[in-house]
Design a protein around this ligand. Structure first.
Ligand SMILES: CC(C)(COP(=O)(O)OP(=O)(O)OC[C@H]1O[C@@H](n2cnc3c(N)ncnc32)[C@H](O)[C@@H]1OP(=O)(O)O)[C@@H](O)C(=O)NCCC(=O)NCCS
Length: 141
């Protein structure tokens, strides 16, 4: 009989299963199992030695995902976010990405920020995190 078990830490067997089965599925989906390969990058914005902003991104198969961008409250509207996004875009170009994407809350100030940075609201995610509407923003390179 099938039994479903919840667990906290991935065992060697679990990792092996995942690697083998995803290898087969990725071969079916993309024709090459090795193409699906997520690379993570982290940036910090420093004012003297103080961290005033952080950005984390993930790159995979031509797409750069902006995972986390936040600027210290006292340092907003001073170009820190813009500098971090520009850095992400430089990285995307170096990696030959064709697209950058992220999602953010529809009612948040970040919507104006991303629009200013040339990102297009592509899709809405209604009733999402916190029952708020979220927006997927993209920029094609
Ligand atoms: C969104 C965020 C990263 C922007 O960072 P920032 O350093 O304040 O942005 P910048 O100063 O580089 O802004 C560049 C331009 O974007 C636009 N912009 C930025 N914040 C804006 C706001 N609150 N209202 C209207 N336009 C805004 C402006 O055109 C601005 O240029 P200007 O100040 O010369 O008019 C910052 O507000 C933040 O950390 N918010 C909280 C976390 C968050 O929502 N992160 C995004 C989640 S995905």
């Amino acid at each position: 009989m099938l039994k479903i078990v919840e667990f906290k830490r991935a065992s060697k067997k679990f990792k092996e299963f995942s690697k083998t089965e995803w290898g087969k599925a990725n071969k079916e989906h993309f024709g090459d199992a090795s193409l699906w390969n997520i690379k993570k990058f982290k940036f910090k914005a420093l004012d003297k030695h103080e961290i005033v902003g952080v950005l984390t991104v993930q790159y995979n198969m031509g797409v750069l995902y902006i995972d986390d961008l936040i600027v210290k409250e006292s340092h907003r509207r001073q170009g820190v976010g813009k500098s971090l996004i520009k850095e992400a875009e430089e990285l995307a170009k170096k990696l030959n990405a064709h697209k950058i994407f992220l999602y953010t809350g529809k009612s948040w100030a970040s919507v104006k920020f991303y629009a200013t940075m040339g990102y297009t609201a592509e899709t809405e995610l209604p009733n999402h995190y916190g029952k708020q509407t979220w927006v997927i923003f993209t920029k094609y390179l």
